[in-house]
Design a protein around this ligand. Structure first.
Ligand code: NAD
Ligand code: 44H
Length: 482
């Protein structure tokens, strides 16, 4: 018998009905994957693919997850023997089960030595990351590592035995230790929503090593080139932040307490560049797609799904709404998604998914009434998200003289969000807010905001900034005019 007072653990797991248990016995797995970013998405995506790959292959692929910041998440996960549940939210109901592929949890600072030892361990041949766009500390203008950013500069200046606070620093130091130890090749796989995320991660790691004071940095860089692969990936599953209500649903389904459940839509996809340098879990056994070039999938997903998501987030907030599903019941929601997809479609590679069919699927996924995906969560960190999701397409369209009406509306809604006292969290929040203080004309403010994004070219496009500024009054009045 299990009781609602029990905590999820390997012990209580044995008493759960088989349909709620993981596809693998966690006791049979070993750490062969190290993951940075112990957030909701990893637990609902890569951990599930890895569990199913291990179950179907019989190979013992276990994950040790490293939390860059939250020691309390690590404690809570350890208290549950690293088990947690996933609830799939379908329009017609929930399905909950326990995931068993995570076998270790570490806090990046306090457990730095163990993290380093794992990164140098020959058995570990895969590192994955979900640390949000801001976790890469890229310069908005160059895309390389912003070595002047406070935490990066502090890590570069830190003494050898001082805990590093950036994932880029920790990973660079760990990979360097692996190279020095002569350990076998390894794959480092970014699973964050960025175009060409493999190259982006490779670049910041290389930049970090180049900027370090390590006497052997040139050799380390040479060895890295030979034995570390940074494949690009496209990850897709809508995974909202976990709420108290989600904890209650998980507890009721399991009959035991779970402090760290995750929820997600039924859909999931993982497309990976087939350029691995070392053994990896056979994720294809769970439907992952290995392709020579992920760019067509990547750009389609970022510009259509994530682009629409961000547009809905800021427009929905202007209209006083709270969740994505709510925006899809507004008279402009579906129109916004379809017209944004149609506007951006000409910027997508011809050999990618069909944009019209993709938009059809998005409407269905976004409408899912069982999902409670907060606009505020999606709207956070806009300065690092919309530079990936909107601006490259916007540039291409404007260079060809094509209409950019929908992106202008979206940009206006984002601009308006930065003015509000309750603006979503953003690493550039101060600089964005300051744009409203000094400028006298709205178009001036729009120009200043675009410059904060590192988009001086777009800031210099007077027709664009005027058109964005013209849309502000309606949005401020809560009207979405599309
Ligand atoms: N949630 C989704 O639907 C989804 C879908 C596809 C891709 N992703 C990608 O996964 C990322 C994480 O999403 P999530 O839902 O797990 O979010 P989350 O808030 O649950 O977790 C964020 C993780 O990133 C870490 N992090 C935050 N700021 C950091 C920083 N400055 N440096 C290092 N680490 C930092 C946190 O410690 C945490 O581990 C997203 O930013 C996105 O790139 C998410
Ligand atoms: O995860 P973020 O905060 O970077 O972006 C919010 C959403 O747009 C994103 O998480 C999508 O839900 C996801 O990319 C779907 O695969």
């Amino acid at each position: 018998m299990v009781s609602a007072d029990d905590l999820l653990s390997r012990e209580s797991l044995r008493r759960l009905p088989p349909e709620l248990r993981p596809a693998v016995d966690p006791a049979e797995l070993r750490t062969r994957v190290v993951h940075f970013g112990l957030g909701a998405f990893h637990r609902a995506h890569q951990a599930v693919f890895t569990e199913n790959a291990a179950a179907r292959s019989g190979e013992p692929w276990g994950i040790t997850a490293v939390a860059p910041r939250s020691a309390s998440t690590v404690r809570a996960l350890r208290d549950q023997d690293c088990l947690y549940s996933l609830t799939e939210r379908r329009p017609d109901g929930h399905r909950t089960r326990v995931v068993g592929s995570v076998v270790g949890a570490l806090a990046m600072g306090p457990d730095a030595r163990t993290v380093d030892a794992l990164l140098a361990d020959p058995e570990v041949t895969v590192v994955t990351l979900t640390v949000t766009e801001k976790g890469y500390h890229r310069s908005p203008s160059t895309g390389g590592l912003d070595t002047a950013a406070g935490p990066v500069a502090a890590d570069l200046a830190a003494a050898a035995d001082w805990p590093l606070t950036t994932v880029v620093g920790r990973l660079a130091a760990g990979l360097a230790a692996r190279m020095r130890a002569g350990a076998p090749p390894i794959n480092v796989v970014s699973c964050d929503n960025m175009a060409d995320n493999g190259a982006a991660l490779s670049r910041v790691i290389h930049d970090y090593i180049r900027a370090s004071t390590w006497p052997d940095r040139a050799e380390i860089l040479d060895r890295l080139a030979e034995s570390v692969a940074f494949p690009a990936t496209v990850v897709d599953r809508i995974v909202p932040a976990t709420s108290e209500a989600d904890r209650a649903v998980a507890g009721a389904a399991l009959g035991v307490r779970d402090a760290l459940p995750v929820t997600g839509e039924p859909y999931r996809q993982w497309v990976l560049e087939d350029s691995f340098a070392a053994p990896r879990p056979p994720w294809e056994l769970d439907g992952a797609l290995f392709v020579p070039d992920v760019a067509p999938y990547q750009l389609t997903k970022l510009r259509l799904l994530n682009g629409s998501h961000s547009a809905l987030a800021y427009l929905g907030a202007a209209a006083g709404l709270t969740t994505i599903a709510e925006t899809m019941t507004a008279d402009w929601g579906e129109r916004l998604v379809r017209s944004l997809c149609a506007e951006v479609a000409p910027t997508l590679p011809a050999d990618g998914p069909d944009p019209v069919a993709y938009a059809d699927d998005l409407v269905v996924r976004f409408r899912n009434p069982a999902m409670h995906h907060l606009l505020r969560q999606i709207g956070s960190d806009g300065s690092v998200k919309i530079t990936e999701r909107w601006l490259p397409g916007l540039r291409e369209l404007r260079a060809h003289g094509a209409s950019t009406a929908v992106l202008e509306l979206a940009l206006a809604a984002w601009a308006e969000s930065t003015r509000r006292a309750d603006a979503p969290a953003d690493p550039a929040a101060e600089a964005l807010a300051a744009c409203w203080g000094t400028a006298t004309r709205p178009a001036e403010t729009v120009r200043a905001l675009l410059r904060v994004l590192g988009a001086a070219d777009l800031a210099g496009d007077e027709a664009l900034t005027a058109s964005v500024a013209d849309r502000l009054p309606a949005l401020r009045a809560g009207r979405v005019e599309i």
